[in-house]
Design a protein around this ligand. Structure first.
Ligand code: GUN
Ligand code: ZN
Length: 450
């Protein structure tokens, strides 16, 4: 980490509140000519350039960007690193997709050399898409998480991840037992949780692949380590829900299965939650659990339309997830574009400032990390991106027709993707540089901080 004080001058936009709680104009800060000052991995100043520069020594190094926008790094609240190699697999809905594509690929992570190769590629992909924090599934193999965390640690990333727990309804080559899964999770928590910026998530895959005995061990781990996360799937697909109710006939609902074993707490994040009853939404809110909205995955697997408004009205915190490899893009910008379309199919709108919130501060709140990340307020960790609103010919042409900031932001979120991300900074250091001269080509130069 660079300890030197450094400044970055560009247009700066960041989310400071949920637009559902304040007037739209109060939900963000925008400095047309702004300066962000960073020291020891943290934001120490932000504001209009003339004011900020006057407060600091003239010898402070300033990197100036022409026609660029700085915003805080994107937060992906649900993604599977081992599914990088089978993204875009054809033709199935959830349960067959798991059987035919996912499990065979996850088998390969028994080999730590393969796992390490994919972890590096995955983290490069997050950086080139401007994602600076993610909540990540590994595989059942303990080593899959060891290699993931060691690579994330080298890059100084704030990452949350966990080994998958599965002791039934999966191929033998991918199952553990209640005892072995418990012990491996415990070892990983002791080794990695709170080490630097890393955090651990206890990760049962979903209710159908864990016995009641295994779910009880998950509850035990959460009791023993109350500040670790719980990360799993919930109510994604109609057949999945029927299966859960068959496997746990004594429980009232899918969520009630998790609730019964003590898995609902303020650091629980459930992916999807598409087909939830009012009671389930209320229980999620009451327990302060969060839901990851994964639009590209929900469309790709034909899972259904996410009820953002209903969940928010019930008081549930929601973050955005790509859910790669069921999701089809690492880009949170593309994810917001698909989220907008999902809302349109329900005759609702998703305002660009709300999208900005969900992609950054809302994700941080879903993870209870808003004191550390999610925007560029003074004191936060300096994870930020430099975006080019004119990254493609089409974007440049379209941007010329825009007048307001919200129009520009909407075009950015509808047309933007990794081509829009010029640089990504992690904890105050440049972790990715697209090199503008190469930006028209698919090859990108990735500089890892080692
Ligand atoms: N439910 C259980 N496992 C998975 C998975 O790997 N991806 C998705 N989208 N849903 C799941
Ligand atoms: Zn998933």
């Amino acid at each position: 980490m660079t300890t030197q004080r450094s400044a970055y001058r560009a247009s700066i936009l960041h989310s400071i509140a949920d637009p559902k709680e304040v007037e739209l104009e109060q939900s963000y800060q925008y400095f047309e000519d702004g300066v962000l000052v960073v020291e020891n991995g943290h934001v120490i100043d932000i504001g209009p350039a003339t004011e900020v520069l006057a407060r600091h020594s003239p010898s402070m190094p300033v990197t100036s960007y022409q026609n660029k926008l700085i915003t805080s790094g994107f937060i992906d609240t649900h993604i599977h690193y081992p599914q990088t190699g089978m993204i875009a697999s054809y033709g199935e809905q959830l349960l067959d997709w798991l059987e035919n594509y996912t499990f065979p690929e996850e088998r390969r992570f028994k080999n730590p050399i393969y796992a390490h190769k994919v972890a590096k590629l995955f983290l490069d992909e997050l950086a080139s898409n401007g994602t600076t924090t993610a909540l990540v599934f590994g595989t059942v193999h303990k080593e899959s998480i060891d290699v993931f965390f060691s690579e994330a640690e080298k890059r100084n990333l704030r990452m949350i991840a966990g080994k998958v727990l599965m002791d039934r309804n999966a191929p033998d080559y991918l199952t553990d037992t209640p005892e072995s899964g418990y012990q491996a999770s415990k070892d990983l928590i002791e080794k990695w949780h709170q080490r630097g910026r890393l955090l651990y998530a206890v990760t049962p895959r979903f209710a159908p692949t864990s016995t009641p005995e295994q779910l009880a061990t998950v509850g035990k781990l959460l009791e023993e380590y109350p500040d670790v996360y719980l990360h799993t799937h919930l109510s994604e697909n109609k057949k999945e829900i029927e299966w859960v109710l068959d496997l746990f006939p004594e429980r009232d609902s899918y969520l009630d299965v998790y609730d019964h074993y003590g898995l609902l707490h303020k650091r629980s994040v459930f992916a999807h939650g598409i087909h939830l009853s009012d009671c389930e939404c209320e229980r999620l809110a009451e327990s302060e659990s969060a839901i990851a909205f994964c639009p590209t995955s929900n469309l790709f697997l034909g899972s259904g339309l996410f009820k953002l408004t209903k969940l928010e009205e019930k008081g549930v915190r929601v973050g955005m997830g790509t859910d790669v490899g069921a999701g089809t893009s690492f880009s949170i910008l593309q994810t917001m574009s698909e989220a907008y379309k999902i809302m349109q199919l329900q005759q609702e709108k998703l305002h660009p400032f709300k999208s900005l919130y969900l992609a950054t501060l809302g994700g941080a709140k879903a993870l209870h990390l808003e004191d550390k990340i999610g925007n560029l307020a003074i004191g936060k960790e300096a994870d930020f991106v430099v975006l080019d609103l004119h990254a493609t010919q089409l974007m440049r042409f379209r941007m010329q027709q825009t007048i307001t900031l919200e129009e520009k932001l909407f075009v950015l979120m509808s047309l933007g993707d990794d081509r829009t991300v010029c640089e990504t900074y992690i904890y105050g250091d440049k972790a990715y540089d697209a090199n503008p001269s190469l930006s028209k080509h698919p090859e990108k130069k990735v500089v890892n901080i080692a």
